[in-house]
Design a protein around this ligand. Sequence first.
Ligand SMILES: C[S@@+](CC[C@H](N)C(=O)[O-])C[C@H]1O[C@@H](n2cnc3c(N)ncnc32)[C@H](O)[C@@H]1O
Length: 273
Amino acid sequence: MTSASPTARLHNLSIAVTSIEDDKNLLEKAAKLAEALQLHQISPLDQKNYTLLLVYTEKGLQIQLKEDRKQKRAVTLLVDFLSNALTYRRQHGGGIKQALARAVGIKSGIRPTVIDATAGLGKDSFLLASLGCKVTMIERSPLLAALLNDALERAAISDELDSGLISRLTLLQGDAAEILNRNWEVTKVKPDTVYLDPMYPHNRKSALNRQEMRIIRKLVGDDDDADKLLKAALHHAGKRVVVKRPKGAPLLGDQSPTHVISMKNSRYDVYMI
Ligand SMILES: C[S@@+](CC[C@H](N)C(=O)[O-])C[C@H]1O[C@@H](n2cnc3c(N)ncnc32)[C@H](O)[C@@H]1O
């Protein structure tokens, strides 16, 4: 993972990195991550003093969030590209005919390069990579980027996935508008498609479940600057920009798309360049 700027504190949450037990390997990973994000590393025994923890467990890196210190059970978030839900979508989600694939420009024999400028938990990126696209994921939350990085490392050594799938995914941490600008200045190469799925204030029906959404909203807020990101995307995409919106939500930046692909609870606004 390429890191743009580590973050030490977030709103008024007390954050630390730890591991679930005194496992040497997990403790070492925790130490590395604490250094990279400039966070405290704490002993597994001190966890009760923190409301937000990045915890290395045997399943992978987890975010554990409590509304306050008295809350007994934390809500947890983990990125798992081998989850049953994602495996089902990969195997039975409709292949290149599914709405996401059509929206980004996948066709028989055509696999656009994609920048997913709002990577989140990486579900859309992973599905596009499983269909054969090279996808660059950009996520500005350093904590979510850490979860994505951990999930990529675990998936890369799993024998349940084609070896090529994970190698088609690259992760960058930072603000996507800035990275799109910098990328163009350095490479002068435009991605075919820039994909945006910003947070939406009343986004009850989302690919993310309610618990995932609650934690992400707490970590990243409402993506109020998504209009600005659309501008940068339109400037830097080679062929199209795709914006995912909940059904009935207003257009991003008041910009009319070239066409719309509608689904039951959401839609893809497609802007051809
Ligand atoms: C609704 S989530 C995306 C979910 C994602 N499509 C998935 O399949 O898991 C939106 C994410 O976009 C990220 N984001 C919003 N604006 C961004 C920007 N300008 N640069 C990088 N990441 C951004 C937020 O931090 C948040 O994690």
